[in-house]
Structure formats: C-alpha cells, structure tokens
Write a protein that binds this ligand. Structure first.
Ligand SMILES: CC(C)(COP(=O)(O)OP(=O)(O)OC[C@H]1O[C@@H](n2cnc3c(N)ncnc32)[C@H](O)[C@@H]1OP(=O)(O)O)[C@@H](O)C(=O)NCCC(=O)NCCS
Length: 179
C-alpha cells in the first residue's frame, strides 16, 4: 500500500483551484468553453487524487457532466475537488464548480461531476493499491456510502462489469429486458 495504509481524511487532499475566465477560454458568445472547464476539472481532480494516493494517477473515467449555468468572460471560477472513497487501486473524486463575477457578485454553482483516477506504481506503471478514505462529516459519509454503487454503475456502462455480477445495483439493471 502506498505511503499511508491507515487511511487519510478527506481534508488532507482537498484541492481548490481558482481561474479567471479570459478571452482565449471562451466561445464566440463570450461563455467559457465546456472543454476548457473539463480540462481544469481534470487537473484539480488529478491533483486531489495524487495527494490522497501519494502516487501519480491517471484519469480512468468521468461521469455525466451537465452545464446548467453559463460562465462568462471575466467571471472567476473556483473548482473544489475532494476524495469520496478509495477502492483497491482507484479513487473517486467529487468535483464542484462555483462561479461569480470577479467582485464576488452573482455567486452560483455551475456544475459538478464524479471522476475516477487510478494510481500507478512509478516503476511498473501498473495500477497499485491506494490508502483508505476516512469520512468524518455527514456529507462525507453520504458520498462515501454511495460511492460503491456509483462505481458499479460506471463499470457496467463502460462494459467492464456484467450487470448480473454487480452486488448493489443488479436489481436496477434487471428491470430492463436482456438483449
Ligand atoms: C485506467 C487504467 C490504468 C485501468 O487499467 P486496467 O488494466 O483496466 O486495470 P484494472 O482492470 O486492473 O482496473 C484497475 C482499476 O481501474 C478501475 N477502472 C478500470 N476502468 C474503469 C472505468 N472505465 N471507470 C472507472 N474505473 C475504472 C477498476 O475498477 C480498478 O479499480 P479498483 O482496483 O479500485 O477496483 C487503464 O485503462 C489506462 O491506463 N487507461 C488510460 C488512462 C489515461 O491515459 N487517462 C488519460 C486519458 S488521455
């Protein structure tokens, strides 16, 4: 196990990143391009995951992202990334994006996503084990508890787990006719 086998608190790897939206970040309407935001989310999530794992990580998957609130040229955004749970070699990271005017006016949550990162052994470049997460607050407990269901769903959707082999979400997939 990498560095800390006893486990790490969520706060130990929490990562906060702030960006000012510049002309080169926007589309012709003056709104932040979705792809630029996803890149920053990936960076913040990757730093958070690497801090928790104590190793380099790669992005294994990004769950659904909706862009509900436009972010404009000149806005400031804050991206907050926190680990929710670790498994054997992977960690799930919860990423929230908040936007406001540069003066702090018009604050709003823009979007959120769950991302999965896998820690790689520096020598072999193969997946390696990661420290457990110690959830403390009610919110951290809730995110921790549901993470195993989210993991099963994303592995089923990625074609890496058969629905009938899932432990927690099998019944949900059983409602659909088999192909
Ligand atoms: C992610 C990667 C290391 C997984 O390798 P693999 O050979 O499939 O390894 P395994 O099957 O042993 O899975 C390792 C872990 O990855 C997780 N994983 C694999 N595919 C996943 C997916 N699509 N979504 C979420 N987690 C996934 C597994 O659940 C497992 O986690 P666990 O050990 O905590 O249970 C490999 O697919 C890879 O290198 N992908 C490219 C990563 C990359 O370059 N990202 C940047 C994109 S430009």
């Amino acid at each position: 196990m990498s560095k800390t086998s006893k486990g790490k608190k969520v706060a130990e790897s929490k990562t906060i990143m702030t960006e000012l939206i510049m002309p080169n970040d926007t589309n012709p309407l003056g709104n932040l391009m979705g792809g630029n935001l996803m890149r920053w989310m990936d960076i913040a999530g990757g730093i958070c995951a690497a801090k928790h794992c104590g190793n380099h990580v790669v992005t294994a998957s990004v769950d659904h992202i909706s862009f509900t609130q436009p972010i404009h040229l000149g806005d400031a955004i804050t991206i907050e990334a926190s680990v929710t749970r670790s498994f054997n070699t992977s960690v799930e990271i919860y990423i929230e994006v908040f936007a406001s005017d540069i003066t702090g006016e018009n604050p709003r949550k823009s979007n959120h996503a769950f991302m999965t990162f896998v820690a790689l052994d520096p020598k072999t470049k193969k997946p390696c084990s990661v420290p457990p997460v110690i959830p403390l607050s009610n919110e951290e407990e809730k995110l921790y508890e549901a993470a195993s269901r989210r993991k099963e769903i994303r592995l089923i959707l990625a074609g890496k787990l058969k629905a009938e082999d899932a432990n927690e979400v099998r019944d949900y997939f059983d409602r659909f006719p088999k192909r």
